[in-house]
Ligand binder design. Structure first.
Ligand code: DHB
Length: 307
């Protein structure tokens, strides 16, 4: 049984799409509904619809992906209208909101909350708006925003964070999260501002931002696991974590669970393989549990042994 519960919400499978992967249009969201995805997670929405950055803006390569999408989305009003339709599939709907300024989060939270998604995810970590630093790299801004948005949301509220690379940064952000009534964490967003180049053409592989973009896929797994583990320990295992980053095979999900994740999300490999990926991952993880003589994921959650 690969079902899990986060903040009192039951998910039929621990595998679901990562925000941004095949989840922008109505058609894509309905396809996630019909698939084995354990939830339907929306593309991060903004107040106004956006066409995003110039193409090419996503590139997959052996080992991972790079993107600088620039928040293409239908705008929050369209997602507010779609959410009731998405609830027909009998699995959780997670609405991801990403303001271009603090007040945008408040505007969207009020209206999206009224549309009754199962959970709302506040994305503090979009790295791809030219000239805008991500909120989550400023703990003071993050805390002020979370304290203002939290009272507007009556469903469980999650926060999506970027990777941090220093234990002092993990500690200060864990304090912010602990003081803002956050119901779950999603760790991690893409590893920001990498550069992948094509040595034959002597160019970057994507067009926006001189080729700089967020890295995903297999190559970011150690960074994702470190962040899941760091926040799990700092928060005493009391805030559920969705592990995102480097989930390519069933065993990768098991590694996230050992570090403390309750569920996992799939970005790069979902884009590369399509929604059939969920069936494969379920089969692979079920085989891992069987090999280990385990009946559920909870038995292993956070149980990484230290040397
Ligand atoms: C985009 C990328 C992100 O990593 C994110 O969190 C939100 C939006 C984007 O470029 O569209």
């Amino acid at each position: 049984d690969l079902s899990i519960t986060i903040a009192g919400v039951k998910f039929p499978s621990c595998f679901m799409n990562a925000s941004g992967a095949l989840c922008m249009t109505r058609e894509e969201l309905l396809a996630l509904g019909r698939s084995r995805s354990g939830a339907i997670v929306t593309k991060s929405m903004t107040v106004e619809p956006r066409s995003g950055n110039p193409e090419p803006r996503y590139y997959g390569f052996p080992g991972g992906s790079i993107n600088s999408m620039g928040l293409p989305n239908l705008g929050y009003r369209a997602y507010a209208e779609l959410i009731p339709e998405l609830k027909q599939f009998g699995k959780p709907v997670i609405a991801s909101i990403a303001g271009l300024c603090e007040d945008d989060f408040l505007t969207m939270a009020r209206v999206i909350n009224q549309a009754r998604p199962d959970l709302i995810e506040v994305n503090l970590s979009c790295p791809n708006i030219p000239g805008k630093p991500q909120i989550a790299y400023d703990p003071v801004d993050s805390e002020r925003l979370l304290k203002r948005v939290r009272p507007l949301i009556t469903v469980p509220m999650g926060v999506k964070l970027p990777p941090y690379f220093d234990p002092a940064h993990h500690a200060v952000m864990a304090e912010v999260i602990a003081h803002c009534q956050v119901d779950y964490l999603n760790l991690i967003n893409s590893v920001g501002n990498g550069l992948v180049i094509d040595p034959t053409r002597e160019t970057p592989v994507i067009k926006p931002k001189g080729g700089f973009g967020g890295l995903g896929g297999a190559l970011i797994k150690p960074v994702a696991l470190a962040n899941v583990r760091a926040f799990w320990k700092l928060l005493g295992g009391r805030i559920p974590i969705i592990g995102t980053g480097g989930v390519v095979q069933g065993l990768d999900a098991y590694e996230h669970v050992l570090c403390g994740a309750s569920a996992v999300q799939v970005g790069t490999v979902l884009v590369e393989e399509g929604v059939g990926v969920f069936e494969r991952l379920e089969r692979e993880l079920a085989a891992e549990l069987k090999t280990r003589g385990l009946r559920s994921l909870e038995e292993s959650r956070g149980k990484l042994k230290e040397l």
